[in-house]
Write a protein that binds this ligand. Structure first.
Ligand SMILES: C[S@@+](CC[C@H](N)C(=O)[O-])C[C@H]1O[C@@H](n2cnc3c(N)ncnc32)[C@H](O)[C@@H]1O
Length: 231
């Protein structure tokens, strides 16, 4: 028995198998993130900031705007059932590769669809999060209505986007790539007012690169929540 234990201990760690597509996707994403950092935006610091403000995230969590899966790669390993929605199948393909590269074991449900018309019944999720997608959506008020509809009473919304400084940097970054940064910016004080007028508890945070609003839907939480809303 002892010799078996020793042989197990001395066995080299099994190498994670990643597809060539996942490795190539990771290299592309890492190179882009490095370029963004040179312009002054640190994508992983942004994800950390938003995640710290969003926690706890438990039960069923919906992400709006999968993108290339930067926030998803921090969300997916958590102890929650994660669904992510994006209007672009191509973006979700990159996100799947990103999750494969990260070696996340939890199952993520990928849904292609328009956030203005969510394919779930009322009160389907404990929490809904969105990071850096709001400015891509021309009619975010419509999407906000949908998010409010599908979150459970006592559940929360996490709305995160670039701060004014973050937008400046992203505009310069996109210009350097010969592109224009698509930008339908939302006024966070207006979003906050809308939620408060509807009886929601809210908490606003502004970081250097990210702005963020957490809102708790009024009502009795369906399951015990460790969240600590601050008005
Ligand atoms: C910058 S990406 C989001 C970044 C992502 N959350 C991350 O952390 O990597 C914005 C995404 O929003 C998606 N999007 C834009 N309009 C949408 C809509 N109406 N419904 C769902 N997704 C939408 C775009 O396809 C794009 O993938």
């Amino acid at each position: 028995m002892k010799s078996l234990d020793r042989s197990l201990r001395s066995r080299p760690p099994t190498k994670r198998r990643r597809s060539p597509a996942a490795v190539a996707n990771h290299r592309r994403l890492a190179a882009r993130d490095a370029r963004m950092r040179r312009f002054g935006y640190d994508a992983s610091a942004g994800v950390k900031f938003v995640m710290a403000q969003a926690l706890p995230l438990e039960g069923s969590v919906l992400e709006i705007g999968t993108g290339k899966g930067r926030f998803l790669s921090a969300l997916a390993p958590r102890d929650a059932s994660v669904t992510t929605l994006d209007i672009s199948a191509e973006e979700q393909r990159y996100a799947r590769l990103n999750i494969e590269y990260a070696g996340v074991k939890n199952r993520v449900q990928y849904v292609i669809g328009d956030a203005a018309c969510l394919p779930w019944p009322d009160a389907a999720f404990d929490a809904i999060v969105t990071m850096n997608a709001i400015h891509h959506i021309p009619d975010f008020q419509r999407v906000l209505e949908e998010m409010r509809r599908v979150v459970k009473p006592g559940g929360k919304l996490v709305l995160a986007d670039f701060s004014p400084r973050g937008f400046q940097i992203m505009a310069r970054f996109h210009r350097s790539e010969g592109k224009i940064h698509e930008c339908h910016r939302c006024d966070f004080s207006d979003l906050r007012k809308r939620l408060r007028d509807a009886g929601w508890t809210t908490r606003y945070r502004k970081g250097k690169m990210q702005e963020l609003l957490v809102g708790w839907r009024p009502g009795v939480p369906v399951q015990s929540s460790k969240s600590n809303p601050v008005s």
